[in-house]
Design a protein around this ligand. Structure first.
Ligand code: TYD
Length: 133
């Protein structure tokens, strides 16, 4: 089954003591979570990503601050602005992705469907385009 990139709204438990959101793998997002990493202390103007994964799927949340995720599926490019901690962007496998336009103190949480595997990366956009055809 193949999925498309989409914003997924997470549960939000409103509480005057402070709000709470959560994510369960295979329930709120369409994969089991095998890995979590986060990107932080990004200097102004820097771009992260610039690659695709052959197998790995991801879910990205702006836990703090804001940034843009630019996706390319081999045909078209889409820009998603993330700036709330109660929704995130699902990124299917075989999607070229870049994270950019980070605000000061932005914190990007990334949930992944696989453990880290450098062999899963496609780092050349032309190779990516060829493999999507
Ligand atoms: P990379 O995925 O290229 O970062 P980005 O796409 O955000 O620019 O990873 C940067 C470095 O961190 C690279 O040397 C591999 C390492 N890394 C791990 O060791 N484990 C991980 O789970 C990730 C995501 C990266």
């Amino acid at each position: 089954m193949s999925y498309t990139a989409e914003i997924i709204h997470l549960p939000k438990i409103l509480d005057k003591r402070g709000n709470l959101s959560f994510i369960e793998g295979k329930h709120h997002i369409p994969f089991e979570i095998r890995r979590t990493y986060w990107i932080y202390d990004v200097p102004g103007g820097e771009v992260r990503g610039g690659h695709a994964y052959r197998d790995n799927e991801e879910f990205v949340v702006a836990l703090s601050g804001s940034f843009d995720v630019v996706l390319h599926d081999g045909i078209r490019e889409q820009r998603f602005s993330l700036n709330r901690s109660y929704y995130g962007l699902y990124i299917p496998k075989m999607t070229w992705r870049m994270l950019e336009n980070f605000s000061t103190n932005a914190l990007a949480l990334v949930l992944s469907s696989t453990t880290y595997d450098p062999e899963d990366y496609i780092r050349d956009f032309d190779v990516f385009l060829t493999e999507t055809r």
